[in-house]
Ligand binder design. Sequence first.
Ligand SMILES: Cc1cc2nc3c(=O)[nH]c(=O)nc-3n(C[C@H](O)[C@H](O)[C@H](O)COP(=O)(O)OP(=O)(O)OC[C@H]3O[C@@H](n4cnc5c(N)ncnc54)[C@H](O)[C@@H]3O)c2cc1C
Length: 497
Amino acid sequence: MRKILIVGGGTAGWMTAALFGKLFQGLYDIELVESEAIGTVGVGEATIPAIKKYNELIELDEPEFMRRTNATFKLGVQFVDWWKPGHSYIHGFGVIGQDWEWLRCHHYWLRANQRGRARDFADYSINTAAALAGKFMHARPEMKESPIGHIAYAFQFDATLYAKYLRGLAEQHGVRRTEGKIVDVGMHDSGDIASVTLEDGRKLDADFFIDCSGFRGLLIEQALKTGYDDWTHWLPCDRAIAVPCSRVAPLTPYTRATARDAGWQWRIPLQHRTGNGFVYSSKYIDDDSAEKLLLANLDGEQLANPNRLRFVTGKRRKMWNRNCVAIGLSAGFLEPIESTSIHLVQSSAIRLVQLFPDGATDQSTIDEFNRQTDFEWERVRDFLILHYWANERPGDLWEYCRTMDLPATLRRKVDLWRSNGRIFREDEELFSEESWIEVFLGQGLVPRSHDPLVAIKSDPQIDQFLGNIASTISRCVDVMPAHDEYVGKYCPAEPVA
Ligand SMILES: Cc1cc2nc3c(=O)[nH]c(=O)nc-3n(C[C@H](O)[C@H](O)[C@H](O)COP(=O)(O)OP(=O)(O)OC[C@H]3O[C@@H](n4cnc5c(N)ncnc54)[C@H](O)[C@@H]3O)c2cc1C
């Protein structure tokens, strides 16, 4: 194992290149080939807190990275009109309230709610309360007893600038970049990939290939014919249109997802502009009407031509096939409602480092990589399906989603939750119990009961417990700085040249 070739220089290619360059420290010859003429998908601007693990691994300087990518902080996602028109909630990252005895806070809230004594569930999450108030600050980990010690965050950034920034880091760590369009893939007799040939005739050989070529899956599908599991019957949106608009104040510390008749619209605030997009099902709206709807719902001046995209939700049958691993859009696509794709890039790249072959690839290593990756993708898929299935919206798309059969893995979770509000994180699944709880309740799924041990406490004790949490959070949010102000001091973007 001497030479690794990364095919593609979008977010996936450069994230993988920066990580490999940093961690492998010159052990392998790493080359990345990309084509400026083909370009990148140009979207993918909202992240989840797990990205901080990736940032730590590549020792990224957070304020500098944020300045260079016009980034803002993200405390969660606001879902407008998802359960039903006129209702909104925030899936805030991080903890909700605090445990009491050994029961989760939400069990006490469910009891209070049954008795008509509960406040809004949002009052028990510092992330949600701060997001609604437009506030942000980094957590103070030393303040373990205070909600301030538990603020969780991610980033919203310019996707093109992010790839460019990571390219700089990767090149510093010795990754070589080659410009050129691949027109052919050469194979060994064994069926492994041997090389790629560029338009100008240059041939690039390698021992191991990472396919980051985007939706086209140049190596994993076009060359290796790996096959694809289509999940459109659970996640029926298959198109998107993206368009930036001018920034409007205030700079909200969260991404917004607004449900529409045939899909949903995203809004991602960056320092220099706002990213917008409409994700929809072509079965329920045509492209021109979708574009019109998006443009009619921008909150600033349109800054570029709309970018139309098509996709099939699902994943490759094998993410690792022979001497090739697919990372990014070549591996599959889960729609961006919870901003999970960049995370799936990061976790596949890290998993590959953990399972990197020392020579000829052995099947047990490949199988383990594929088993872990499938598990992660399927659990994320289930979480996304929940947003669509648990709805009381009018319209054909929503009627379809409400009545569709759920995957068995999700059905089990829903049934358990509905009986008495219990939820357990399975192995290393991405989303925490808190995330599931927020989306269950936000989508109107209130369990029939709660943990019976709640009855050990009296109603006044529960009122006092919940009241203390809510008032402490409210006092903390009062003293937090405005998000705009914090960004302006911590990581002001470089002026546009
Ligand atoms: C509508 C939409 C919204 C999204 N929103 C989010 C979000 O908010 N959060 C999130 O985490 N993710 C989001 N994503 C996903 C995110 O955009 C991708 O995961 C991420 O950009 C990775 O893309 P990529 O690098 O795999 O592919 P691409 O950006 O398409 O890059 C492919 C690369 O391969 C190269 N290439 C292709 N063919 C050839 C060839 N023949 N020769 C040479 N080079 C070639 C291209 O030049 C390019 O460099 C979104 C995706 C879509 C479609």
